[in-house]
Design a protein around this ligand. Sequence first.
Ligand code: KG4
Ligand code: ZN
Length: 332
Amino acid sequence: MIILGIDTSCDETSASILQDGNILSNTVFSQNIHKKFGGVIPNLASKDHEKNISMTVKQAINDAKININDINAIGVTYSPGLISCLLVGLNFAKGLALGLNIPLIPINHLEGHLCSNLINDYKIKFPYLCLLVSGGHTQIWKVANVNDYNILSTTVDDAAGEAFDKGAKMLGLSYPGGPEIEKSAKNGDRNKYLFTIPKLKQNPLNFSFSGIKTSLYYKIKEMNKETINNELSDLAASYQEGILNILFHRMEIVIKSSNLKDISIVGGVSCNKRFREKTNEFKQKLGVRFHFPENQFCTDNGAMIAMCAYLKYLENKNLSNFDIIPIPNVKI
Ligand code: KG4
Ligand code: ZN
């Protein structure tokens, strides 16, 4: 079965082709226009999606070396995301699916991330724990099956990716901040500046990243630009380590309270090399296996949307829905 997956939820226009869960192509057009603003500007993002959606889908079809008529179904993100951006992908997918007379499968972007480690017959099998760490979300899910998810932990304020992005902005680095901080942190001393792990009384499993962001602000408040530049690699390495320590602290509690041995780590922040390296310390200590998708499937991509659509279609052939509307934030 050949599925086209489309995602335009934020600042990546992406289209991918999967055949029976295996990747044939993955085209991602990342918008650079937001760099100078230090964050995504919704109006500019939707216009850029509109400009590039057709070219992105054509490219995905060409790269997959298939004919447009070979596509059996289209999976498309309808939520969560910027409404004007979701509309572009959704309308394009509706028109194409109607024209080709094939099913249109609406997909929740978060479910797409949860399935991203299943692309290409990956080793991980249901049930598993999934840490979703992106620019908009930081959550731990128990994934029992494709339509059976249970949220165990979420952030009470910023997402981990947001903490990277905002920290990078404070340090004078560009957007998106995660890869910039990772680059600057390369030869830095990660123990030079200490960041504490927040404790939440109400739900100790939940994440919080507003404190670490404020702590960075106070650390650099008294420094002039030159000192920040001189200290950049140590500041970046310490800040990165601080964010990762919060993630591992909560993951450890959840892992210990569950009997699941496979942990999938997905979303943009999971590209981080130090993050991947740190799992080695924990896998022995906790007796678990950590799984990361290929980098191209960590950040937003159409392949995870196609994968999720494929798994849902196998479970229920009647889920085509042309009346679907974009929804900025819907629960799974
Ligand atoms: O999953 P994603 O592409 O989009 C959302 O659904 O949000 O995640 C984007 C986030 C951004 O905050 C970006 O700074 C972060 O992922 N990110 C990273 C790295 N690459 C992307 N954070 C840390 N280290 C990285 N290498
Ligand atoms: Zn995402």
